[in-house]
Design a protein around this ligand. Structure first.
Ligand code: AMP
Ligand code: GLY
Length: 415
């Protein structure tokens, strides 16, 4: 069969790579893809991710049976619905179900209604209401802007002064929704769950992302600076609770509310003293979680999608090895950064996933904030880490930086 991947980042790079390995798949297309994906997909960068009608036309003209949508934006804008209406199968939710990611307030309300554990919250609709709230709310407090923000719409205010500043930042004008949340403490972990209506099958291996820009979880929030799996210090028991208390009930809740979800639901969870709680839901694979999880996945991704469609048992098979992925990002990211800087010293070896590079003549140059993720495997997390950093250190560029402590939380527990 022919499969189309939508998106042009590292997550889509690994999706195309995995789908290309499937015996069920004859041809992978990518829109817009990126220059580094050419050995695993036919790349159509002339079509934009936002050009929904063109994408539908392309899919029909090329007999695409399944489309796998990587990023959140096309999902929240209804690309899934458009493709389905045209008779193309889509791994990814429609516009309404994608609100679980697109609207923090939608997600909070549904969790509240169905008793799914998450941080206490208060929603405000205007700047004046927000300023009033921060006068005497509990500190620290977390502020989340409604709507998509690429991991940058969340501010953790450790003091009341910071909370007031955060309100100023999130409200360039008087109107708009902001969710205030109780600050939760604990280990964060990401659980990818295949969902078809009320049928939900979480990956039974999880990943841990590193959201802050700098070592020691310092600096601003980013889309993710590296990830690893498995996460040995999050126990089976916690995963079972996450499934029973979060994955199963949210799938049923979405179905009952009339927003059945089809695709992968990302559960961003935190292990508090009271047990697992939801930090966020995403309507798609995590990036960079997908790169490490799908590298570790030994079984056939396409087969799992077909099994999900038919609500058959899904048996994920994982390599024994641990996998660590280190993101190299443009200096300045997640703030402003220079583009067009040359990058060399890497091989497209099936374990190097590109999110922000383009070809200029024969060279690769930077074209985005997060640029390239290198993967190391090993018998232990520390061996995988050391292999990942050998690759990261071998990359030659004036324009990139990366964290040195990806996976250290697990290594601490290995020792
Ligand atoms: P989000 O976009 O909602 O995932 O938030 C980005 C990051 O902010 C999360 O990965 C957490 O590290 C942090 N965060 C979000 N909500 C909370 C919360 N209620 N308590 C503590 N940290 C949070
Ligand atoms: N790595 C976090 C995300 O994809 O949202």
């Amino acid at each position: 069969m022919k499969v189309l991947v939508i998106g042009g980042g590292g997550r889509e790079h690994v999706l195309a790579h995995k789908l290309n390995q499937s015996e069920l798949v004859d041809q992978v297309f990518a829109i817009p893809g990126n220059a580094a994906m050419e050995n695993v997909a036919e790349v159509h960068s002339e079509i934009a991710e936002t050009a929904h009608d063109e994408i539908v036309e392309f899919a029909k003209a090329h007999d695409v049976e399944w489309t796998v949508v990587g990023p959140e934006q096309p999902l929240t804008e209804g690309l899934g619905d458009k493709l389905r209406q045209a008779g193309v199968k889509v791994f990814g939710p429609g516009e309404k179900a994608a609100q679980i990611e697109g609207s923090k307030s939608f997600a909070k309300r549904i969790m509240e209604k169905y008793g799914i554990p998450t941080a206490e919250y208060v929603e405000v609709d205007s700047k004046s209401e927000a300023l009033k709230y921060v006068e005497d709310c509990k500190i620290p407090v977390v502020l989340k802007k409604d709507g998509l923000a690429a991991g940058k719409g969340v501010i953790i205010a450790m003091t009341r002064e910071e909370a007031k500043e955060a309100v100023e930042t999130l409200y360039p004008e008087e109107n708009g929704k902001v969710v205030f949340e109780e600050f939760l403490e604990g280990e964060e972990y990401s659980v990818m769950t295949f969902v078809n209506g009320d049928y939900a099958v979480p990956f039974d291996t999880i990943a841990q992302d590193h959201k802050r820009a700098f070592d020691g979880d310092k600096g601003p929030n980013t889309g993710g600076m590296g990830a690893y799996c498995p996460v040995p210090h999050i126990s089976e028991d916690v995963l079972e609770r996450t499934n029973a208390e979060i994955a199963q009930p949210i799938a049923k809740a979405m179905q009952e509310e009339g927003y059945p979800f089809f695709g992968v639901l990302y559960i961003g969870a935190i292990l508090t003293d009271e047990g697992p709680k939801v930090i966020e839901f995403n309507a798609r694979f995590g990036d960079p979680e997908a790169q490490v999880l799908l590298t570790r996945l030994e079984s056939d991704l396409m087969q799992h999608i077909l099994d999900l469609e038919e609500r058959k048992p899904i048996e994920y098979k994982w390599k024994d090895e641990a996998v660590v992925g280190v993101m190299l990002a443009s200096k300045g990211y997640p703030g402003s950064y220079e583009k067009g800087v040359k990058v060399s010293g890497f091989d497209l070896d099936g374990q190097t996933f590109v999110s922000g590079l383009k070809k200029e003549d024969d060279d690769y140059v930077t074209s985005g904030g997060r640029v390239i993720l290198v993967i190391g495997e090993g018998k232990t997390v520390s061996e995988a880490k050391s292999n990942a950093y050998k690759k990261a250190d071998g990359i030659d560029s004036e324009g990139l930086f990366y964290r040195r402590d990806i996976s250290d939380k697990a290594i601490k527990h290995e020792a």
